[in-house]
Design a protein around this ligand. Structure first.
Ligand code: ATP
Ligand code: MG
Length: 348
């Protein structure tokens, strides 16, 4: 994307960072594509002296209008979702972006590093701003530079994300490379996106060409982590499919986006490969497969949503966890920001 030199980040010790926007309720896509991966990385790095930091990126959420009450509630619910899914505040640093001012401070410097052309090429900008770019917020345009700061203010080397965020992590590398080049330093690492598993891009239940999103106006397009068993079963029953039976092999899902999506979801929820699932369900009609999928989704999600609801009864405890996480995050971010200021020539 840029002609800035690529430097390698081997000198940087591994550190994991990722975030989710409190821009609505959590979806199955967020769970399979992100949160479950966060938990895997938390567990894989325990005892190795490698920090895992997971953020509620509320400053990204306000790039589109959010009601204050919803933003507060969604931030707490996101924290509850993290914890209920297995993120442990004793093992990972869980915090809210706006409580660590260093993100926005480094974000400003990166606004001055990133180029207009780079931002204009971001597919998410094109998708979210739509035709009415003149009326989109400046924050929506600039948000990938703040995301680069979220990552680089910790010198994070690995970022677990869904497929849709790959381009933003590549932009983060471009920003790091340009900063290092312009100032003649090797200060920011070349961060790697970690995009793994059977569900790196869960699609809308209503349209197999669109990503499932928490901000989609259609609630029927997604499974929310807080949906009850009836809602999950009904949404899966109504999910768009085609009239054919399921194939026994992956090639049979070619050009069948909706069918492929449901099989991917099944495989991811069951921790199996798509091949393994198809060898079992090949030949079945959707009328038979959909209830199987609904049962599996309920079995996997309901313990998490029950725990989320329990945690939401004590919002003060959530706030305490976030405050303590922010303090620990700031202890890492502040010296890195100060060194950045020194490199840039800002008096402190
Ligand atoms: P919004 O619609 O507000 O952008 P979102 O559902 O896209 O919300 P984000 O907060 O933008 O959620 O993304 C959080 C994480 O979840 C990112 O790592 C992103 O890649 C991942 N993610 C989002 N949607 C999906 C999906 N449908 N499938 C897999 N991963 C996803
Ligand atoms: Mg998104």
């Amino acid at each position: 994307m840029s002609d800035a030199p690529q430097q390698n980040g081997t000198a940087f010790p591994p550190r994991v960072f990722s975030g989710i926007q409190p821009s609505g309720g959590l979806t199955l896509g967020n769970y399979l594509g992100a949160i479950r991966r966060f938990v895997d990385m938390q567990e894989a790095n325990q005892g190795k002296g490698i920090e895992t930091l997971y953020c509620m990126v509320d400053q990204h959420a306000i790039t589109v209008p959010q009601s204050p009450a919803d933003l507060t509630r969604n931030t707490r619910e996101l924290a509850a979702g993290y914890i209920a899914a297995g993120l442990d505040p004793a093992k990972s640093i869980l915090f809210n972006q706006s409580q660590v001012a260093e993100h926005a401070q480094l974000g400003w410097i990166f606004n001055c590093v990133a180029r207009m052309g780079w931002m204009q090429r971001m597919t998410q900008w094109k998708d979210k701003a739509g035709k009415n770019t003149q009326n989109a917020s400046l924050g929506l345009f600039a948000y990938p530079a703040l995301m680069a700061a979220d990552i680089l203010v910790y010198h994070a080397t690995h970022v677990p994300v869904g497929e849709d965020q790959k381009q933003h992590v590549e932009l983060t590398r471009d920003i790091a490379a340009k900063f290092n080049h312009d100032y003649g330093v090797d200060f920011f690492p070349m961060t790697e996106p970690v995009i793994e598993g059977a569900a790196t891009r869960v699609m809308s239940l209503r349209d197999g060409s669109k990503k499932m999103s928490k901000s989609d106006p259609s609630d029927a397009s997604r499974i929310n982590m807080t949906d009850d068993a009836d809602a999950i079963a009904q949404k899966i029953r109504k999910a768009r499919t085609d009239p054919d039976a399921l194939p026994s092999e992956v090639e049979g899902l070619k050009d069948r986006a909706e069918a492929r999506n449901l099989v991917n979801i099944y495989a991811a929820l069951d921790n199996r490969t798509v091949d393994q699932v198809l060898s079992e369900v090949g030949g079945k009609q959707f009328s038979e497969f959909k209830p199987m999928l609904a049962d599996l989704a309920v079995a996997r999600l309901s313990p998490i949503s029950t725990e989320m609801a329990r945690l939401m009864q004590t919002p003060d405890e959530i706030d305490t966890i976030l405050r303590s996480g922010a303090e620990r995050a700031r202890a890492i971010a502040a010296p890195i920001l100060q060194q950045t200021y020194d490199i840039v020539g800002m008096i402190r």
